[in-house]
Design a binder for this molecule. Sequence first.
Ligand SMILES: Cc1ncc(COP(=O)(O)O)c(C=O)c1O
Length: 410
Amino acid sequence: MKLAPRGIYLDHGATTPVDPEVLEAMLPFLQEEFGNPSSLHVPGRRARAAVEKARARVARLIGASPEEIVFTSGGTESDNLALFGTAFDRRFPTSVGESRGHIITSQIEHPAVLQSCRHLEELGYRVTYLPVDRTGRIAPEAVAEAIAEDTLLISIMFANNELGTLQPIREIGETARAQGIPFHVDAVQALGKVPLNLKELPVDMLSLSAHKIYGPKGIGALYVRSGLEVSPVGRGGHQERGLRPGTENVPGIVGFGKACELAARDWERNQKHLWALRERLLRVREELPAVRLNGHPTQTVPSTVNLCFMYVDGLTLQLNLSERGIYIATGSACTSGSLEPSHVLKALGLSDQAAFSSVRFTLGKDNTVEEMDYVVEQVKEVVEMLRLVTAPEDIGKCDENCPCLWEGVG
Ligand SMILES: Cc1ncc(COP(=O)(O)O)c(C=O)c1O
């Protein structure tokens, strides 16, 4: 197969290229349409109109009302705003040494949520980090059991960034709603990949990011259900209902709106295509022994395929494939370069060895079936080469229950 000039990019979970239609929509707002949306003159009003049009497009994609969309600088800021904004708004009056309130989250959240929770603990809040099963799923009953009198927020991600596993968001949301507890969902990796309709999904806040759906970097949104009280984290002007002060990133917002419009327009084609690519890539398991799918076989976004190639160092595999023009990841972009095994893979119960043997392929709408076949062929070649020196002779016997996979055994 002739390689595309820029190689085969399989790291769409880290970021996606800007769609040409998105770029075209943005360009006027980087050039002649430079008005500040807060200005009352004509250029200002044109910028305001563009921002509001984009807000309506984002809202439409998730079944929200435009007033419920707060533009931010991306998924990280949206997560911070949801957590700190809720915690600060609802802190319980305390005597010295008492908890300010309780938050429920999971062990496999993105660092934007986990680090915010750690900071809230430093500020005197209590946090429960729920475990997951071997496929990365949280048991909805565990959420119900963790609820305490002072629980002020539940924050659970929709699709995990390393595994693709989807959480039982509806069940968790129903539990939260029955108890009157706000429910925040990080949907950065789910947007455009799973149907999202907030008219019928019991979710109160939802974090979104444009650069995972062929929009620009540095722009995202937090959906805040109408009527929910959230405190601003930054202080300044009145923009974004006072929840996110600062002059709006107009070109970014316009690009995000366009990317949402395209995601809705191309939904069926993209879904069908991504599931077909996934199936093709998973054929690597027929070509090689001792390959484990980290994640859920069906409750997953189609685009994320996390595989453990036992007895292979994931980083070495990644670098060898990169030399061959195939670009994958050993984990999420936010944790790459870390010498620690992935906290997500460890939460599944995997041994350090198995975690370090895992790599993430994240597929995109412009990848092709031929590329998947080529990738399978190349992965097979590199893995067989590396295993010549690292794998035992009876590697063919390694399966899902092999002790080398799991923590504390082997
Ligand atoms: C699940 C999840 N949440 C949050 C983020 C952060 O988004 P951003 O890069 O827009 O800050 C990411 C990015 O990888 C993500 O995967």
